[in-house]
Design a protein around this ligand. Structure first.
Ligand SMILES: Cc1ncc(COP(=O)(O)O)c(C=O)c1O
Length: 490
């Protein structure tokens, strides 16, 4: 007798439907057939097409689920420890839009961090809200941005008790995070819900070597890209809710606005199957991926490359890392992350991302020991080719920290977001003080916006921009990357 968690209700429904060999007089127009006349494509897509159906009496409706979708979402809530889970077919992007649109009305105030995915900023714009954008804490050993300091959040809560929510992004793209629980507790004590973009952490809390999940830390709404680290298809994500601080119906209403009325059933079924895998196998499901990470570390030791973290749960000052993100760098700083990424790609190993220092290998539940072997061997071969010894390099050991450390960050003024396109003019940098920024200005690295369109330009912001310029940071977003002029609202 199978327990319910062994079921995959959406997938089973699709199989049963296809087995009836139904003659389709409904959308989609392909009618379950591949007749593109491209043999390879017909073969690849063939088996999938009969599962690509629409809302029928025996299927279900994502926006009003009562059958297999409702059952699958209940199972997911049980698996991830939520009170309620919604399946997303538009990635975490859709989840971020909905959680924010569902939490604050136009003109209301939210608190978040400057280093957010653009979907968070787009949500603030669509919602027409004000947001206090806090500078993130910087991990000293790596220069990578985390969430804002707890003290700063506390000061912000005291100054803006009317805030409708605190939105955090954790873990970051590199798999670094800090404990969310103390912040969640402070926010809850102030009666304010915590919404977490946990796009990169759908596996958190699922294995003793992974950090705690945002739901385990008590967050009210959590968005996870199941497609990033679990084995759901691309765009498959989940939005989880717990407790009563957020009006769930408002989030559901927003989801109906931002998601298609024709969600992909193969995609929904892949979410169901991804949940089933971890629900039934538990931590065991991640052992192969962890063995891949270990293998890369083994093969890289003794080469010129280093992996950011040893296999320990904490690295420094309470910063935790994701063992499935293998963050690699050239110890002597001669080869930047982009170059190493390209050298890896030339050997068939395609990394998730690279920056001026690091190359990030994202493992996932589908990774195998052999994948780790391939990446490790590739890095070892690249190291050999480049010369493993420091003497091969003339330059200094490049510092790991690329961050501009803010000693005692102040609580900034809120930025008023809206969707209207404004007339902008270009003015000399110094003359922008007191005006409203008309463009994003993002020093890279670390890629944290110093100015958002709609943000008042302060003397401090101009000083920081000058510092970035002096440090030689590349300025992204700005019409004039040398920053002698910037665009402001007319
Ligand atoms: C932190 C963060 N949030 C949200 C997203 C959007 O996720 P998705 O691609 O699932 O829409 C991303 C995408 O990379 C991300 O890095």
């Amino acid at each position: 007798m199978r327990t319910s968690k062994e079921r995959a209700p959406i997938y089973e429904m699709l199989e049963a439907h296809a087995a009836k060999r139904p003659i389709s007089f409904h959308v989609p127009g392909h009618k379950g057939r591949t007749d593109w006349g491209v043999p390879g494509a017909d073969q690849r897509y063939g088996p999938l097409m009969s599962l690509d159906v629409t809302e029928l009496t025996d299927t279900d409706d994502l926006h009003h689920p009562q059958g297999p979708i409702a059952e699958a979402q209940h199972l997911a809530a049980d698996c991830f420890g939520a009170d309620e889970t919604q399946f997303l077919v538009g990635g975490s992007t859709a989840g971020n839009l909905a959680m924010i649109l569902g939490t604050a009305a136009p003109g209301e105030l939210l608190i978040t961090q400057r280093n957010v995915h653009r979907s968070v900023i787009h949500a603030l714009m669509l919602a027409g809200v004000q947001a206090v954008l806090l500078p993130p804490a910087i991990d000293i050993s790596t220069g990578l941005a985390l969430i804002p300091e707890e003290n700063l959040i506390e000061q912000t809560l005291a100054r803006y008790p009317e805030a409708k929510g605190v939105i955090l992004t954790s873990p970051n793209y590199y798999g670094l995070s800090t404990d969310l629980r103390p912040i969640v507790e402070r926010c809850h004590a102030a009666g304010i819900p915590v919404l977490v973009d946990e796009a990169h952490g759908p596996h958190y809390g699922m294995h003793p070597l992974f950090p705690q999940s945002a739901l385990q830390a008590g967050a009210d709404v959590v968005v996870q890209s199941a497609h990033k680290m679990l084995n759901a298809m691309t765009m498959g994500a989940m939005l989880h809710m717990q407790g009563k601080r957020v009006v769930r119906e408002a989030v559901l209403q927003a989801l109906r606005m931002v998601q298609s009325s024709s969600p992909s059933f193969p995609l929904l079924a892949s979410l169901d199957l991804a949940r089933r895998r971890i629900h039934t196998e538990g931590p065991q499901a991640f052992e192969a991926a962890l063995s891949a990470a270990r293998r890369i570390r083994q093969l890289v030791s003794g080469t010129r490359f280093r992996i950011l973290h040893a296999e320990a749960r904490e690295i420094s000052d309470g910063v935790r890392y994701d063992p499935l993100k293998v963050v690699c760098y050239d110890e002597w700083g001669q080869w930047d992350g982009f170059a190493v990424r390209d050298l890896l790609a030339a050997r068939g190993c395609h990394a998730e991302m690279a920056d001026a220092r690091f190359v990030v290998l994202a493992l996932g539940i589908g990774s195998t020991y052999e994948d780790g072997e391939a990446a490790g061997q590739a890095l070892a071969a690249i190291s050999k080719e480049l010369g493993a010894a420091r003497s091969a390099v003339s330059g200094e050991h490049a510092p790991l920290s690329g961050g501009l450390l803010l000693k005692a960050p102040q609580v900034p003024e809120p930025v008023r977001f809206d969707r209207q396109v404004k007339n902008v003019i270009s003015v000399p940098l110094e003359e922008a003080v007191g005006r409203t920024a008309g463009e994003w200005i993002v020093p890279y690295p670390p890629g944290i916006p110093e100015l958002f369109p709609g943000e008042r330009v302060t003397v401090a912001a101009i000083e920081r921009l000058k510092q970035w310029n002096r440090k030689g940071a590349q300025i992204q977003g700005a019409g004039d990357p040398t920053l002698s002029r910037i665009r402001v609202w007319d």
